[in-house]
Design a protein around this ligand. Structure first.
Ligand SMILES: NC(=O)c1ccc[n+]([C@@H]2O[C@H](COP(=O)([O-])OP(=O)(O)OC[C@H]3O[C@@H](n4cnc5c(N)ncnc54)[C@H](OP(=O)(O)O)[C@@H]3O)[C@@H](O)[C@H]2O)c1
Length: 294
């Protein structure tokens, strides 16, 4: 598949890492509730291999997916990795036996998290590690992240992490992290209906920093909108494809990592990069957020 078919290419600022804008998020591979192992591990391997065969060279993961299971499946499916594959992971969380999502953000936990990722992915260094801010609730929460980003910067100097990003971060936290080290990407909750980060995306675009929306399709609550369905019907596409195409049109620094455990959905999602949305369609889709109660 040619580059253009996956939404064009993006080079992370200040790095030699270039990826197709349409990537893949591996969280769903762990199984229901992101708790592994999946019912059919072979099917998960097939999805990953199909993604890479189709040209995907940006995979998002974390060692706390599964826990450990998603990274182990990535290694089983793709190791030794293609030279151009960029695997992005996250640090800062853990999954205790009650299956909740808890912070793991002490220096010791962050160092252990890096080693867990390296071991389970079979790598000597992580291409990009995001510090994932986990607060008391589901959304972002203000507060200093200097201690955690400093730990990651130290691991970068030691050669265990090549580049650093942040996730679930506010604009103030991104700016604080940038006083400590170069930040190459921000991974936050954003989609057609959830546009809290509009200003941040534009600011990051001016700096050529990647913005990687998580829950691009709505995550655990899939996007539903009559406007989206109508537009999709007019274009002969599915609502999920239109939601992804809208993100690709929204800003050139947006990289996509839609998650799926299904080869059929993977193919559908990758094909969304072919959709061209007219200015009128984009204006119609803007109304989805306006009609959504946040
Ligand atoms: N930084 C963070 O805190 C954070 C949080 C959440 C996720 N993430 C990352 O972001 C990635 C994307 O988020 P996500 O996977 O949670 O949510 P998502 O991409 O918005 O949606 C995934 C859900 O949509 C379904 N789906 C996928 N393609 C579909 C299609 N074409 N038609 C209908 N349903 C479809 C999937 O089910 P099927 O498996 O049945 O296709 C799954 O239930 C994750 O994989 C993960 O790598 C990061």
């Amino acid at each position: 598949m040619s580059e253009a078919n996956l939404g064009g290419r993006f080079t992370f600022a200040g790095t030699s890492l270039t990826v197709n804008r349409m990537g893949y998020g591996a969280m769903q591979l762990a199984g229901p509730g992101v708790w592994g192992p999946p019912r059919d591990p072979d099917a998960a391997v097939v999805v990953l291999r199909e993604a890479v065969a189709a040209g995907v060279n940006h995979i998002d993961t974390s060692d706390y997916y599964g826990p450990h299971v998603t990274n182990q499946i990535i290694r089983q499916a793709l190791h030794p990795y293609p030279k151009d594959l960029v695997i992005v992971t996250k640090l800062g969380g853990r999954r205790p036996p009650d299956r909740s999502w808890q912070p793991a953000n002490s220096p010791q936990e962050l160092v252990a998290g890096v080693h867990d990722n390296l071991r389970n992915l079979g790598l000597d260094a992580l291409d990009i590690a995001n510090y994932r801010v986990i607060g008391s609730g589901l959304g972002t929460e203000e507060g200093s992240i200097a201690e955690q980003v400093t730990v990651l910067a130290d691991l970068q100097r030691k050669g265990l992490i090549r580049h650093i990003g942040v996730s679930n971060a506010t604009a103030a936290q991104v700016a604080e992290a940038q006083t400590i080290t170069d930040i190459v990407c921000v991974q936050n909750n954003y989609n057609l209906a959830h546009r809290h980060d509009d200003a941040l995306i534009d600011d990051l675009a001016r700096q050529n920093i990647a913005y990687v929306p998580f829950f691009p399709l709505g995550g655990f609550s899939p996007l539903h909108s009559s406007i989206l369905s109508t537009v999709a019907e007019q274009l002969g596409a599915t609502p999920m494809q239109v939601a992804l195409a809208w993100l690709l049109h929204r800003s050139p620094n947006i990289l996509l990592i839609p998650g799926t455990s299904s080869v059929a959905h993977l193919r559908e999602n990758l094909a969304a990069a072919q959709l061209t949305l007219s200015p009128q369609t984009l204006a119609e889709l803007d109304a989805v957020a306006a009609s959504t109660v946040h």
